[in-house]
Design a protein around this ligand. Structure first.
Ligand code: HEM
Length: 115
């Protein structure tokens, strides 16, 4: 099961990279299809994050699960996913939503690394 877990960690990091790529795309080219990239990355984060937590909670790998940390990450990731969906459907939507998405993604990276 360790190999499955490690592959999911790789996919989790690639999902994060997709969100960052979507943010950079929108900052550098307003007409780019950044909404779809943001949606894909945010969706990947929720799916891979839940799968990682499930495997660890089931005791299939030797990793501790901090439920409070995971609850915070999940809450933030769902908001990021909703914002990505709004920006995908309405690319010209409020710029504040975009900066909120970028900021919350940074917060979740901080939670992942420093908590
Ligand atoms: C925007 C959303 C997210 C971002 C940017 C993000 C970022 C990260 C990063 C950078 C790591 C690696 C940290 C390290 O190994 O030191 C990580 C690990 C992890 N994340 Fe997330 N995450 C997000 C969402 C989620 C969600 C929604 C969950 C669970 C419901 C989750 C669960 C986990 C778990 C269990 C690990 C540990 C993997 C390991 O064993 O190394 N993440 N996350």
């Amino acid at each position: 099961m360790n190999i499955v877990y490690d592959i999911l960690v790789v996919l989790h990091l690639l999902g994060m990279a997709l969100i960052v790529a979507g943010v950079v795309m929108r900052l550098t080219a307003a007409q780019s299809p950044s909404g779809m990239v943001l949606m894909s990355g945010a969706g990947a984060q929720v799916l891979t994050g839940v799968a990682l937590t499930g495997i660890a909670s089931a005791g299939l790998v030797d990793n501790e699960v901090d439920n409070t940390k995971i609850a915070v990450k999940l809450g933030i990731a769902v908001i990021v996913l909703v914002l990505a969906h709004i920006l995908w459907r309405r690319p010209q939507g409020a710029q504040g939503l975009f900066y909120t998405l970028a900021g919350l993604t940074l917060v979740n990276i901080g939670v992942a690394v420093f908590w």
